[in-house]
Design a protein around this ligand. Structure first.
Ligand code: NAD
Length: 427
């Protein structure tokens, strides 16, 4: 989220290129280049010290031709409206590519939960819903957690929504704690989904997963579960990087024999920062954060933030790397993407690769709406099926038309939304 990088411009640039390839008419381009609706608002909060603070909140609904909007809410000090716009657009493509009957939305609040008490965060959550409760809901727009928000935040939001509407709507929001309307498997879903697609890609490349090595950026929800499943399937994870809250910079944690997520989780704070001193005691090499990208390995999994693989560092990627699986949203800039394409590095693009979260969120909503909950195995089995089917649909088109995977995924996703918008008589 640095100032010179604009995620929305990047999302539009990606869309424009596909619109040209699909030969879309002007109305379709205008409809999909920009969000359908945007809400920008203030959230006044009485702070613990008695002062008042006003936080800026957003909800952006990019497109709902395929169903109610769906997308997370981020709490981040450098959140910008353009980041939220980009993320809402990527949500539209994400639900479309894995064939979920939902549209794309995203929300955010400019705030830093590191410096807020639980009570202050609750007030932000409730304030967000007070501003929006007529515009979100199970049949309109269903929020979920994202960077620096979690099940507790979702529950506060649900409680405020149900208080204001006077009835129980467990399908209003997803990512809720299990036992309070949450789905088993949601915590694992995005990371596992990343690895389901990696598994399928390696099969197509005739590479045994148990002979591969990987490096991960980020050690939050997505990365932790991706690393776990990757190791379970036989892969060796060599490196993981994360943000250090105290030093305000990132570090990479490297172990040539393979990292152990259980060890690292034990020394990680709730925001995903790993304790350097304790990691060194466990035999990890502590390197500058950007070194995760330079590790000699087969697979790179950026699973932290957008704008991480870019023109300045893409050439530092080792010759050994065969596959990039984008766990994060928008981690690769179009300039870096062109280099990866030229180098023949296989790409599993973000809105396909990390669609496991929204897929499981959709399962959570389905379970909430029928008030009947599935076992974890059932959820993860259905997730595997959706991700594997989505992956193969994209890879088939990529092979048939000799397309880069990102372009193939975009073509399938955009085409489906255009068809739905046309069928509804919008364009
Ligand atoms: P998280 O907040 O749980 O973890 C983020 C991790 O990234 C932390 O370990 C943090 O230390 C690290 N990080 C932040 N800046 C970094 C930097 N500059 N260098 C290295 N590490 C850095 O977030 P998450 O839920 O794991 O989400 C990660 C990414 O995946 C985001 O782009 C998010 O939008 C995307 N995503 C998440 C989900 C989900 O279900 N959680 C679903 C789809 C996409």
């Amino acid at each position: 989220m640095n100032k010179s990088f604009n995620a929305f411009q990047m999302a539009q640039q990606q869309f424009d290129a596909i619109a040209d390839q699909l030969n879309l008419n002007e109305a379709a381009r205008q409809l999909l280049r920009n969000p359908m609706r945007e809400y920008h608002f203030n959230i006044p909060v009485k702070m613990d010290d008695g002062t008042s603070k006003v936080f800026r909140g957003y909800r952006i609904q990019h497109n709902d031709a395929l169903g109610p909007c769906k997308g997370g809410i981020r709490f981040h000090p450098q959140e910008t409206v353009d980041t939220v716009r980009a993320l809402s657009m990527w949500m539209t493509w994400k639900t479309s590519v894995v064939d979920i009957p939902l549209g794309g939305g995203k929300g955010g609040v400019i705030c830093d939960p590191h410096n807020l008490s639980a009570r202050e965060q609750e007030q932000i959550c409730r304030g967000w819903v007070r501003q929006l409760y007529t515009n979100v809901g199970p049949l309109r727009d269903i929020p979920a957690p994202d960077v620096m928000t979690n099940g507790q935040h979702m529950l506060w939001m649900l409680d405020e929504y149900e208080t204001l509407t006077g009835a129980k709507y467990p399908g209003m929001i997803t990512g809720k704690p299990v036992g309070m309307g949450g789905s088993l498997g949601r915590t694992e879903a995005t990371g596992y989904g990343v690895i389901f697609t990696v598994r399928e890609a390696l099969k197509e490349m005739n590479i045994d997963i148990d002979k591969t090595t990987a490096s991960f950026q980020g050690f939050g929800n997505v990365s932790q579960y991706a690393i776990r499943l990757y190791i379970k399937l036989g892969g060796k994870a060599l490196c993981v990087s994360c943000w250090d809250q105290q030093d305000q910079t990132s570090y990479a944690f490297y172990k040539k024999d393979g990292i152990n997520p259980d060890d690292l989780v034990g020394i990680t704070d709730r925001f995903g920062s790993i304790d350097k001193v304790k990691a060194a005691e466990l035999g990890y090499e502590i390197l500058p954060g950007d070194k995760w990208l330079e590790v000699e390995c087969d697979i790179l999994v950026p699973a932290a933030m957008e704008n991480q693989i870019k023109a300045e560092n893409v050439n530092k990627i080792s010759k050994k790397v065969k596959l990039v699986a984008e766990g994060a949203n928008g981690p690769t800039t179009p300039e870096a993407d062109a280099v990866l394409k030229e180098r023949g590095i296989f790409m599993i693009p973000d809105f396909l690769c990390n669609a496991g979260g929204v897929t499981c969120s959709y399962f959570e909503q389905v379970q909430c709406n029928m008030n009947y909950f599935w076992s974890k195995d059932e959820v993860l089995g259905k997730l595997d099926f959706k991700m594997t089917t989505g992956y193969h649909k994209v890879s088939k088109l990529a092979r048939e038309k000799n397309l880069y995977m990102r372009d193939a995924a975009y073509m399938i996703a955009v085409d489906k939304v255009v068809r739905a918008s046309t069928a509804r008589g919008w364009i």
